[in-house]
Write a protein that binds this ligand. Structure first.
Ligand code: HEM
Length: 495
């Protein structure tokens, strides 16, 4: 009787459960109303009173999903993986291990945190070339107003090209290379396959899919081909003379993702194989493509909704361009402060698909410093989206104010570090925080600025009158993101 009682009792029954008030707790209701109604209620009734609550866990129905109040933020953001694991959360979210899909890893994150971020300044001209070249190739003739049915697809290819040149260098990353087709195809496949396979196999037999399912096997084949493509570049780096690798970063012979990973493994005195490089790089590409492209679409739709701000940003771009000749640099992109503030406001307003922030799985039963305890296996998270709309954190939160962060930035010593697009602060969690704060955010920022500069200076854009009432953001379960199916009209600007 004791075991029966234990197994039927929710694992966190001391944490209040928030459900829909009218008693309709159907899956359809969860799909449409979780973000606004359910979590809105939890935020008001519990988070605002510094209390935790739980909701049905869409990632693992047997375990609780506990939404924590912000007083626990410091304790979570600096916690080691052995206590609260980000990688375990990603694994459960995408059934990665079960399907044999490589996970984000410490080494992959470090290669972005150290290698990519140090080399970023030397990559901007290349990124600009990839950005302009891909837009020129993919955009239709827009002499008059012309509809682009899914601007997301164009943006995604533009970003994929920028990221290929940065991560695998021009040797194999050049436009239309096999690498690009492979990685873009892989990103599509992972998303599409997950839903299909979960529908085909019961949860307890999902692990069989990697042996039986043709879609899952096709992803494994793609990764194997990626490994083959990376074999030669890796061998070249491992065989490179000390002199070639010793020189200052930026002037080294090789400066790309393969080299950054090789640096990490060489420092540890461990061997790196093409298969390991493939696993880490494909995973980084996967972490970056949708997040950055979907942020770009969100910002574009916000620019459409705020044409006066778009015009002011165009003037800012013209000012910075006329004072500096040559391609964009990190410094000149950094001078686009209004654009920066606009992008941060877009992140505040829509949370860039991160309704829940700092999602982790407790690896051990844990008691917080004030005595509140959670069981091992519980998913924990904070309500980043709702925080972005809380007047106690952001006055007048329902007004999209393009200069909100610029004013704050200027109010502190003329130019604070704290209110920039990439600044990780406790009141805006779109890049997470602490140990796992997104290491790709500087790369994402420069990519987004190059994309916006290209679109703003070359085109006027708007939504057709017939589509004005179509929602710009769509919500499904816990994800809120820009509406990819909304067509945008573009018209070339006369010089
Ligand atoms: C606007 C675009 C992006 C957004 C909104 C975003 C957001 C995030 C968030 C919320 C996290 C989790 C942080 C946490 O829970 O504390 C994260 C982690 C991560 N992101 Fe990004 N990201 C973006 C672009 C990128 C890009 C371009 C890269 C590739 C270079 C990247 C690589 C990563 C990696 C490797 C991690 C895991 C970090 C770790 O394991 O410690 N992200 N990102």
């Amino acid at each position: 009787v004791w075991y029966l009682y234990k197994s039927t009792r929710p694992k966190a029954s001391h944490v209040p459960l928030v459900e829909f008030e009218e008693g309709d707790n159907s899956p359809a209701r969860y799909e449409t109303d979780t973000v606004t109604v359910l979590l809105g209620k939890g935020y008001k009734e519990y988070t605002k009173k510094d209390l935790p609550f739980r909701i049905q866990n869409p990632f693992d129905p047997k375990q609780p999903l506990i939404v924590l109040p912000f007083k626990y933020l410091d304790e979570v953001k600096w916690a080691p993986t052995s206590r609260f694991s980000f990688y375990d959360f990603i694994d459960k979210l995408g059934s990665m291990t079960q399907l044999g899909i490589p996970l984000l890893s410490h080494e992959g994150a470090m290669s972005a945190r150290i290698g990519l971020n140090k080399a970023l300044g030397s990559k901007i001209a290349l990124m600009q070339e990839a950005c302009v070249g891909t837009f020129e190739k993919l955009m239709p003739d827009c002499t008059d107003w012309t509809e682009v049915a899914m601007p997301y697809i164009v943006i995604m290819q533009v970003f994929a090209n920028m990221s290929a040149w940065v991560f695998v260098g021009e040797e194999i990353g050049s436009r239309e290379s096999e690498w690009q087709k492979l990685t873009l195809g892989y990103v599509h496949k992972v998303n599409a396959t997950l839903d299909k396979v979960r529908a085909r196999y019961p949860a307890s037999l999902l692990w069989l899919a990697k042996y039986l399912d043709s879609d899952v096997k096709s992803m494994a084949k793609d990764r194997q081909v990626a490994g083959e493509l990376l074999r030669e570049p890796l061998e070249a780096r491992l065989a490179a003379s000390k002199d070639q690798l010793k020189s200052e970063r930026g002037s080294r012979h090789f400066e790309d993702g393969v080299q950054w990973l090789a640096d990490i493994y060489m420092d540890k005195g461990e061997t790196l194989t093409p298969d390991m490089v493939q696993q880490k790089l494909v995973t980084l590409v996967f972490a970056s493509i949708h997040s950055t492209s979907s942020a770009a679409l969100t910002i574009l739709l916000d620019l459409i909704a705020h044409p006066e701000a778009a015009e002011e940003i165009r003037q800012e771009v013209d000012r910075v361009r006329s004072a500096n000749s040559g391609p964009w640099t990190r410094q000149t992109l950094g001078e686009l402060r209004l654009l920066d503030s606009f992008m941060r406001e877009s992140a505040r307003f829509h949370a860039f698909a991160q309704v829940l922030s700092l999602q982790r799985i407790a690896q051990v039963p844990w008691t917080f410093s004030d005595g509140f305890s959670i069981p091992a296996g519980a998913t924990i998270a904070f309500l980043g989206y709702h925080q972005g709309h809380d007047p106690d954190f952001h006055p007048d939160p329902e007004t999209f104010d393009p200069k909100r962060h610029l004013r704050k930035r200027e109010a502190y010593d003329g130019d604070s570090q704290h209110f920039r697009f990439t600044s990780v602060t406790d009141d805006l969690l779109h890049f997470g925080s602490g140990v796992h704060a997104c290491p790709g955010r500087f790369f994402a920022q420069e990519s987004l600025k190059l994309i916006m500069v290209h679109l703003l200076t070359n085109y006027d854009f708007k939504v057709a009158e017939k589509d004005e009432k179509v929602p710009k953001m769509v919500v499904r379960n816990l994800v809120l993101k820009a509406n990819m199916a909304l067509p945008v009209l573009f018209k070339e600007r006369k010089a």
